[in-house]
Design a protein around this ligand. Structure first.
Ligand SMILES: NC(=O)c1ccc[n+]([C@@H]2O[C@H](COP(=O)([O-])OP(=O)(O)OC[C@H]3O[C@@H](n4cnc5c(N)ncnc54)[C@H](OP(=O)(O)O)[C@@H]3O)[C@@H](O)[C@H]2O)c1
Length: 281
């Protein structure tokens, strides 16, 4: 298994269940400094305490933020920058799945389509707000958890106001993560911060998969996805590698829109307008 190593500080969003929780358990046993993020204070604090007790690693902290609110994301970034001296790895993992078939469109607290907001816009904002800390800690890495389930973004209806479908919403948000990864890698090319993304594994039996009836078929173990995430987070083989989409631990090709510079520019502009990452507070 890839070892992140002692003294490395790693933040993982959506750490309270499924894939994120498994990664956190592995990192805690490797004596890394682990910062968990979740949206449920009780669940997060209890988990952090349990992990401190079972791993014997005292360097486990928990921060709360509901990613359906950009204000909460902004506050989270501020708290982390105030409390933490360094950040070696940022793992953007939090997300919601497609939900049951036929589910109605939902909106975030900011009025954006919920899956686009939680799975993508929150990550866009958090990452930008944490770049100063990642820069001070470089060489550092950003790992974006995307998916092999992808759908081109229709820039005439990004918020899916017409003909909403949960699977389309999920897949669009996951392709947005890949466009963002490639775009950010370009911005960071002269720095020692790398940014890559991955499809961790297929149909791992986590809450988001178990609660939907969109999928059927054989499932990969959560361990397999967790190993792939840690490979991107820490493998020496990936030193200096940036702007790559992986399927598990293998380099892979995402949908063509990820390579469309105009589409990436449109997404960047829209995301900046919606999240205002450079605002003072
Ligand atoms: N499972 C798969 O087969 C699969 C395949 C490809 C990609 N992925 C990706 O893997 C990542 C992890 O998903 P998972 O499979 O581990 O699903 P999961 O078990 O449902 O975990 C999702 C995590 O995100 C958190 N979260 C959900 N909504 C949030 C919100 N509004 N604000 C903040 N945090 C929120 C959840 O918090 P709670 O604990 O409070 O629910 C949980 O910690 C996702 O990005 C997903 O798209 C999964």
């Amino acid at each position: 298994m890839t070892q992140v190593g002692e003294n490395k500080t790693v933040l993982i969003t959506g750490a309270t269940d499924g894939l994120g929780k498994k990664v956190v358990l592995d990192l805690a046993s490797q004596k890394a400094r682990v910062i968990l993020h979740g949206r449920s204070p009780q669940k997060g604090k209890t988990l952090a305490e349990e992990i401190r007790d079972t791993s014997g690693n005292p360097e486990i902290s928990y921060y709360n933020a509901d990613f359906s609110s950009l204000d909460e994301v902004r506050t989270l970034a501020g708290q982390i920058r105030a409390d933490q001296k360094r950040l070696d790895v940022l793992i953007n993992n939090a997300g919601i799945g497609p939900g049951p078939t036929g589910s109605a469109r939902q909106k975030s607290r900011d009025g954006h389509e919920l899956r686009f907001a939680v799975n993508y816009l929150a990550t866009f904002l958090l990452t930008h707000r944490l770049l100063p800390l990642l820069r001070e800690s470089a060489p550092s890495r950003i790992v974006n958890v995307a998916s092999a389930g992808q759908q081109s973004i229709d820039f005439d209806d990004v918020m899916l106001e017409n003909g909403y479908d949960g699977l389309r919403a999920y897949r669009q948000s996951k392709l947005a993560m890949i466009l963002f990864t490639f775009d950010l890698a370009g911005d960071l090319k002269d720095t020692a911060i790398t940014v890559n993304c991955l499809h961790p594994a297929t149909l791992m039996p986590t809450n988001m998969v178990l609660e939907t009836d969109y999928f059927s078929g054989s499932m990969d173990a959560v361990d397999q996805g967790a190993e792939a995430v840690q490979y991107l987070a820490a493998s020496p083989e990936l030193e200096g590698v940036t702007g790559v989409y992986f399927n598990g631990k293998m380099r892979a090709e995402p949908m063509a829109q990820a390579h469309d510079k105009q589409a990436r520019q449109k997404l960047r502009q829209l995301s900046r307008e919606l999240t205002r990452p450079d605002d003072a507070v």
